[in-house]
Design a binder for this molecule. Structure first.
Ligand code: FNR
Length: 366
């Protein structure tokens, strides 16, 4: 193997056959008025498929529950018109040979009640905690838990019916599923709270319900992160052993691929090894993993939100880690906003032609 070949090997899992290892990271756009993905959304994803991206993960979309989002321009993944819009997105991506999965994103208590498409709807979260010691809502009742899980399953079923290639559950960054994972926001006394293992039970039940809805061959991805928007230093697992405890219920529930969200993919996760979170997760679970974080950019995305943007950097370290087999797939976020043809340029050895990422690119998001 030479150069960037390792990125351009096919990847197969169940019904999924990807031409290469490059994944578009899910990135919120807020450009779907009335919660309906329109023609510009279809054109946006089609451009990334045409540019050689192996798998597109859509922006976070709202699963079927009124509490899912507070942004009126975030697309729903339910309701006739929104689903018709998604049907057009799939068609556009498939027309150029692309692959695409929706990311199902429930914001939990990060959603402010009184806003969004259903302002009267209370926000849902494990313990009503915005962060440790900051109670802003009531904990979810058993009925709420069942309804929200059913909403994830229903939207996943729609994804399959519409011809998507799988589904990603957003369990990262301090949103609902992660609010269950993290002790800072989960103080439940039932089967969903307490130990690290028990805190994985909500996500496991979501995955199980999704699996029942989509059947055995439809890939289920779960994105998780150590860091939270409520606390960038937060960690779910401090050691490989804890990571194993955290992952076990999710593996048992039938998650197919773990998408391990980090802001800088090259950073070692635990002492004594230079493997990152995706590396450790693959090693422990035996399942394929996706890594992510500042690929071909010199600044992570949270810092870049606050500063002037990010410059292009090399991908030698990425190639080294992939050749070593640390993880199977690599997600590219901002660099794919700025360069819809990121994959094709990298394949052609034209790294120097990549456009740096700037907040202006984010503002236009075409
Ligand atoms: C994001 N990210 C993100 N993550 C996620 O799981 N769901 C989402 O809807 C979003 N939305 C989002 C919007 C924007 C504008 C950015 C820049 C990022 C995080 C994203 O998927 C990715 O993990 C980070 O951007 C890191 O990758 P890059 O940009 O460093 O390659």
């Amino acid at each position: 193997m030479s150069g960037t070949d390792v990125l351009f090997r096919p990847f197969t899992l169940k019904s999924l056959n990807l031409p290469n290892r490059i994944v578009m990271a899910p990135m919120t756009r807020s450009k779907s008025p009335e919660q309906i993905p329109n023609d510009s959304v279809a054109a946006y994803y089609k451009a990334r498929a045409l540019g050689g991206t192996g798998l597109i993960l859509t922006e976070g979309t709202a699963p079927e529950h009124k509490s899912a989002t507070n942004d009126v321009n975030v697309p729903h993944f339910h309701g006739e018109e929104s689903l018709a819009g998604w049907g057009k997105v799939v068609k556009a991506v498939k027309s150029v040979g692309g692959h695409i999965m929706p990311q199902l994103w429930h914001q939990g208590v990060v959603r402010h009640p009184g806003t969004g498409p259903y302002p009267e709807q209370p926000s849902m979260s494990p313990s009503g905690l915005a962060k440790q010691d900051k109670k802003v809502a009531e904990p979810m009742s058993d009925a709420d838990v069942a309804d929200v899980i059913a909403g994830f399953a229903s939207s996943a079923r729609h994804a399959k019916t519409l011809g998507f290639d799988g589904v990603e559950l957003h369990g990262a960054h301090g949103y609902l599923i992660d609010q269950f994972f993290w002790e800072g926001t989960n103080q439940r006394g039932d089967k969903y709270g307490g130990s690290l293992e028990a805190r994985s039970n909500f996500a496991a039940d979501v995955a199980r319900a999704v699996r029942a809805a989509v059947g055995p061959d439809f890939p289920i991805l779960l994105r998780f992160s150590q860091w939270k928007q409520q606390d960038f230093a937060a960690r779910l697992a401090h050691t490989p052993k804890e990571l194993e405890i955290f992952l076990k219920p999710l593996i048992d529930a039938g998650v197919d691929i773990f998408h391990c969200s980090t802001r800088r993919f090259w950073e070692p996760e635990f002492e004594g090894s230079d493997m990152n979170l995706a590396g450790w997760t693959k090693k422990i679970s035996g399942l394929p993993t996706i890594s992510v974080g500042s690929v071909s950019l010199n600044m992570d995305f949270i810092t870049a939100f606050r500063q002037a943007g990010a410059e292009i950097s090399g991908i030698d370290k990425l190639i080294e880690m992939m050749e070593r087999g640390d993880f199977d797939l690599i997600a590219v976020g901002r660099a794919l906003i700025a360069n819809p043809d990121w994959a094709n340029k990298v394949r052609a050895g034209k790294l120097s032609e990549l456009v740096p990422y700037s907040p202006e690119a984010l503002a236009t998001l075409v």
